[in-house]
Design a protein around this ligand. Structure first.
Ligand code: AHR
Length: 316
């Protein structure tokens, strides 16, 4: 139901949600990681629980597919759009079209480089902070010892890859014992993480010159752990591994001693997004421009086996 009609009904004392299901278009990036799969599952569940009609579109990692999906949602006259933007730039035109059609857009889990009036709010973590939490963990863990770090970056051009890198570099900047010796994208996938880690190992004396891995997500770290094992190395011991997401398989690796720490990113971005939309549909309430989720650090002391059990059936 369109915003103007919903507001008129609200003024007349009618509940908009009681009269017709709200239709929300969701442009998802793809299914590159366990975290992404969980976000999709939770978004579908949240929509179902709230009686929202969710139109789902999988962009298969391509921005042009996302722009086409948004244009299709606009043509269908949806009541709102959720957008998980694969990269940060190139959204202005399509978002202007949504704005002209009075369709609110909410960003999920990644940010964009566009004027803030082109979207209603963004739900996600402070990705610079995530990188800082990871970097600070490593600073504390190595306690001044020399440590060569390899970095697996997320999708090139995504806000999270740019910001996690910035945050990590900021955290280690004053610690000359820590040095990033190799950094390359693994595109947030297990296979990408494995392949790039294999090349890092080859380039760094069979891995013997690597002290730590900073991975922008758990799936790449899991692929990298496999590469280390196949090279006869001992991840979690010879090569410290710090990552981001907190997916069940990574907790399993932590429980087995193959990984050391992860920074949690909740896959429930849809809950806060739908809360914001429902308040807006009810009486026009505008949410803040950024709804920040927590970034909790988990280490091997935080019951990784228990965390695995708690998360394994949540859609990852
Ligand atoms: O934007 C969030 C990131 O995207 C997650 O950390 C990663 O797993 C996903 O692909």
């Amino acid at each position: 139901m369109k915003k103007s009609l919903a507001l008129s009904l609200a003024l007349l004392g009618f509940s908009a949600t009681a009269s017709a299901a709200q239709v929300v278009g969701f442009s998802q990036i793809g299914s590159e990681s366990g975290w992404r799969a969980a976000e999709t599952t939770i978004t579908r569940k949240q929509a179902e629980q709230r009686g929202i009609d969710l139109k789902f579109s999988d962009a298969q990692q391509r921005q042009e597919n996302q722009i086409a999906a948004l244009r299709s949602f606009i043509a269908q006259g949806v009541d709102a759009i959720l957008l998980a933007p694969v990269v940060a730039t190139g959204w202005d035109n399509v978002l202007k079209e949504a704005k002209e059609s009075e369709i609110p857009v909410i960003l999920l889990d990644r940010q964009i480089d566009a004027p803030k009036d082109l979207y209603m709010t963004a739900v996600g973590a402070d990705s610079v902070h995530e990188g800082e939490v990871a970097g600070q963990w490593l600073v504390d863990k190595v306690a001044g010892k020399p440590c060569n770090v390899v970095e697996l970056q997320g999708t090139t051009g995504s806000s999270v890859a740019i910001e996690r890198k910035q945050g990590f570099e900021k955290a280690i900047a004053d610690h000359t014992n820590l040095k990033i010796v190799r950094s390359q994208t693994g595109d947030f996938t297990r296979s990408g993480g494995k392949e790039v880690m294999e090349s890092f190992i080859r380039a760094e004396n069979g891995g013997r010159d690597i002290c730590a891995l900073f991975s922008h997500n758990d799936d790449m770290a899991i692929g990298a752990i496999q590469a280390m094992k196949e090279a006869g190395l001992h991840p979690g011991k010879e090569i410290l591994t710090i990552s981001i997401d907190a997916v069940p398989d990574y907790f399993k690796a932590m429980a087995n001693g193959d990984a050391n720490a992860t920074v949690e990113l909740t896959p429930n971005m849809a809950g806060p997004a739908f809360d914001a939309l429902e308040a807006y549909w009810k009486d026009g309430t505008q949410p803040p421009k950024f709804i920040q989720t927590d970034s909790k650090l988990y280490t091997q002391s935080d019951d990784p086996e228990g965390e695995y059990q708690r998360r394994k059936d949540l859609g990852y």
